[in-house]
Ligand binder design. Structure first.
Ligand code: PYC
Length: 319
């Protein structure tokens, strides 16, 4: 099996676009996700895991849109499965579509993509950065107490296209040299939160207040001219090299809920590497809901054809 791919990175985080996608059918996005999981999970692993990929890679499977307003549909997946949404991946998809001539480089160009969690809109900015208007985001729970090692920390649980636990009072230095420890702590926070059943349910608007947390986000003081630095622990154990756009959306929802950031005001979120996204929000239709826009840059890194040779014992990745 041969799979043409185009690789890019968005502020350090890799995206692997599979343009002429897998045969996922023309059903609903939910049906296509189920088909990807049921029939192509081995191929997903072959595309994303070593020796062809890495734990940090996110794949974007492009398809025809269902909605007439959309330019394409996209399903994102990482080393352990399908993601709800992925902003760095959307920026990578748009950069890739520019590269193959399907989207103009001209500032002001707009593109709409259908994802399993809703429609997202991207536009090209004057400096070539790509801005993504993400799905409606909200904070489900504030200040959930967690006993971690010998201390107590607090997590907000927020939706930004994936479920995030956002922790400020962890007391850790957000420095690259500390990534193994930050990963261990984040994984422990997720484990503890996901064992709690009492945090599930719906709010007055009928929205989930806390789904199973898939990403953990630790915040600290900026070190590269931003408003804040983060460390983002992803579901498969990798850390996000970018500031994580769905995580930045979740952060904006918390800042809005705490009245710490006004609509339209910029928020510069640094990653653990010091790369940056600029986030802004407008109010959504429902109480407590925001519509975040996150902008960043992406670069093409490779065009290639993956070979999944039937004789290769690692054609479906090294687990
Ligand atoms: O940018 O939304 C994002 C993202 C999710 C997982 C990795 N990056």
């Amino acid at each position: 099996m041969r799979i043409p791919i185009i690789d890019s990175h968005t502020e350090g985080e890799p995206t692997r676009v599979v343009i002429d996608g897998l045969e996922l059918g023309s059903g609903s996005m939910k049906d296509r996700v189920e088909r990807l999981q049921a029939e192509f999970d081995d191929v997903r692993r072959g595309i994303l895991l070593e020796p062809r990929g890495s734990d940090a890679h996110v794949a974007a499977f492009l398809g025809d849109p269902l909605d007439d307003d959309a330019d394409a549909s996209v399903i994102f997946a990482n080393n352990v499965g399908v993601l709800g949404m992925c902003v760095h991946g959307t920026i990578g998809v748009v950069r890739t579509l520019q590269h193959v001539g399907r989207v103009s480089d001209a500032p002001g160009t707009r593109i709409q993509l259908e994802t399993p969690v809703g429609m997202v809109r991207a536009s090209i900015e004057n400096d070539g950065a790509i801005a993504v208007e993400n799905v409606p985001s909200h904070r489900g729970l504030a200040g959930v107490e967690i006993r971690l090692e010998a201390r107590v920390v607090h997590a907000d649980i927020a939706w930004g296209g994936n479920w995030f636990a956002l922790v400020n009072d962890h007391g850790e230095d957000l420095d690259r040299s500390r990534i193994p420890r930050l990963s261990r702590i984040s994984s422990e926070i997720r484990r503890i939160l996901n064992e709690r059943e009492d945090d599930r349910g719906v709010d007055a608007e009928g929205r989930a207040v806390g789904g199973a947390v898939d990403h953990v986000e630790l915040f600290g003081p900026p070190a590269a001219g931003g408003d804040s630095r983060n460390f983002v622990h992803c579901p498969g154990g990798a850390y996000d090299r970018s500031p994580c756009g769905t995580g930045t959306s979740a952060k904006l929802a918390c800042l809005a809920a705490d009245e710490r950031l006004a609509p339209g005001e910029p928020w510069i979120q640094e990653s653990i590497l010091g790369s940056r996204f600029i986030g802004r929000y407008r109010r959504g239709e429902r109480a407590g809901e925001i519509i975040p826009t996150v902008s960043g840059r992406a670069w093409i890194t490779a065009e290639a054809e993956l070979h999944l040779d039937p004789e290769d014992p690692y054609r479906f990745g090294i687990d």
